[in-house]
Design a protein around this ligand. Structure first.
Ligand SMILES: Cc1cc2nc3c(=O)[nH]c(=O)nc-3n(C[C@H](O)[C@H](O)[C@H](O)COP(=O)(O)OP(=O)(O)OC[C@H]3O[C@@H](n4cnc5c(N)ncnc54)[C@H](O)[C@@H]3O)c2cc1C
Length: 381
């Protein structure tokens, strides 16, 4: 074993959306903090890369997410204030679907329970407001005017910039191979080196089970593909004409974003295409079969969007069986904070989850309600 570097209050492992945000919050509180990333921040092998992620208040997954997402909205606005950049663009969000769609029902319930601004729209009204859609007559949707999208790559970079400015050390190409008990906290093991810290935040996304093996039976990695199209009617697909949308269709659930930058109409299936046994198996390998699936969906529900394909990318979801996050102290070692907020819907929370992770790492608790995300909720395998 090589040298041992002492003296960090907190080590953050993994600098995707969650680790970057945690690093930022910790550094701005005055902690001596180091961020360790096995690739380069902004790389395309994990879950956080890309130009956009959706954000919405009325949360179809469960109404109990609403207070947290409110805090996340405030967190993004604070990041904008601190940096002078635009991260959150409000387009409104439309969640529409077939009769009985759990997504539409869940979103409506969350809006009603929390008194959120929303409207229930039938298919005709949706198509009147947003002529890009061609929906079956029995479809309906929830319109939330406060929804929109986050500039994902920019947000991650800004969290890291603020962290660095507040004194954080950031190390790329630094893969952590183990976390062990240390003299006054934890010992983080890298190739040929160890780092001692008071506590550690494990925010390794699809690789989290490498460092927290007890999670392995409870996470599934799914391959997700995104496509960007040049719409045949650009006037229907730009900012102001098309909101962020999710369509729970006859046999797929597809989400999409207006063309806000000239990159094209972005869309992808939430259901993914296959599972991977390890994060290292992910490749940028999207191909014609993936594209045909998205194109077919567009042809059915947004026909003028199915123009020339401009780009494709793959990305990973880290899914839990109940699709809720795992954010907790490691049972048996309260100096280890586990952060696996994905299941395909975590990005919007990164601004507040960074705060939560900083709370857990420094105080062992947080004022935010994260009881839904307990590590111990899974039955023993
Ligand atoms: C296609 C797609 C669309 C999505 N859409 C939305 C959306 O619209 N709205 C929304 O809210 N959410 C969305 N999500 C989910 C959201 O993007 C994720 O929840 C979030 O990005 C997860 O971030 P993370 O930091 O946990 O993981 P990651 O971004 O994967 O970061 C983990 C990091 O840890 C590093 N790492 C791993 N192991 C080690 C190690 N041993 N040592 C050092 N570093 C290590 C990795 O290199 C990586 O950089 C989407 C996800 C995908 C894939």
């Amino acid at each position: 074993m090589g040298s041992t570097k002492a003296g960090w209050d907190v080590a953050v492992i993994g600098l995707g959306a969650m680790g970057s945000a945690a690093l930022c919050h910790l550094a701005r509180r005055g902690c001596r903090v180091i961020g360790l990333e096995r690739f380069e921040p902004g790389h395309e092998r994990g879950s956080s890369h890309g130009d956009s992620r959706a954000i919405r208040l009325g949360y179809s997954e469960h109404p109990s997410y609403v207070p947290l997402v409110r805090s996340a909205f405030a967190g993004w606005r604070e990041l904008e204030r601190l940096t002078g950049e635009t991260i959150l663009t409000t387009t409104g969000i439309l969640e529409a679907g077939k009769p009985g769609s759990p997504m539409v029902r869940g979103s409506r319930d969350a809006c009603e329970m929390h008194g959120l601004d929303h409207e229930m729209l039938d298919a005709a009204e949706i198509m009147r407001r947003f002529p890009a859609f061609d929906l079956p007559a029995d479809y309906s949707g929830v319109w939330q005017p406060e929804g929109g999208f986050l500039r994902a790559d920019l947000a991650n970079a800004l969290h890291l910039r603020l962290a660095r400015e507040a004194g954080a050390t950031i190390r790329s190409r630094s893969r952590v191979t183990a976390i062990e008990p240390g003299a006054n906290g934890v010992r983080v093991v890298l190739d040929g080196e160890t780092i001692d810290a008071g506590s550690v935040v494990v925010a390794c996304g699809p690789w989290i089970a490498d460092l927290v093996p007890a999670l392995r039976p409870h996470v599934t990695l799914t391959r997700q593909v995104l496509c960007w199209y040049e719409p045949q009617r650009p006037d229907l697909f730009g900012l102001g004409a098309l909101p962020v949308f999710m369509i729970d269709g006859a046999d797929d659930l597809v989400y999409g974003f207006p063309d806000f930058s000239g990159a094209g109409l972005k869309c992808g299936s939430h259901f993914g295409s296959g599972t991977l046994s390890h994060g290292d198996d992910a490749r940028q390998d999207a191909g014609p079969v993936d594209e045909a699936r998205t194109r077919q969906f567009l042809q059915r529900y947004l026909p003028a969007g199915a123009g020339v394909l401009k780009a494709m990318k793959t990305c990973l979801y880290t899914m839990t069986p109940d699709e809720d996050f795992v954010i907790d102290l490691l049972p048996g070692d309260r100096r280890v904070v586990i952060a696996s907020p994905c299941s395909g819907h975590g990005f919007k929370f990164a601004s507040v989850i960074g705060e939560v992770l900083a709370d857990l790492a420094t105080e062992g608790g947080t004022r935010h309600d994260i009881s839904r995300f307990r590590f111990g909720r899974f039955p023993a395998p």
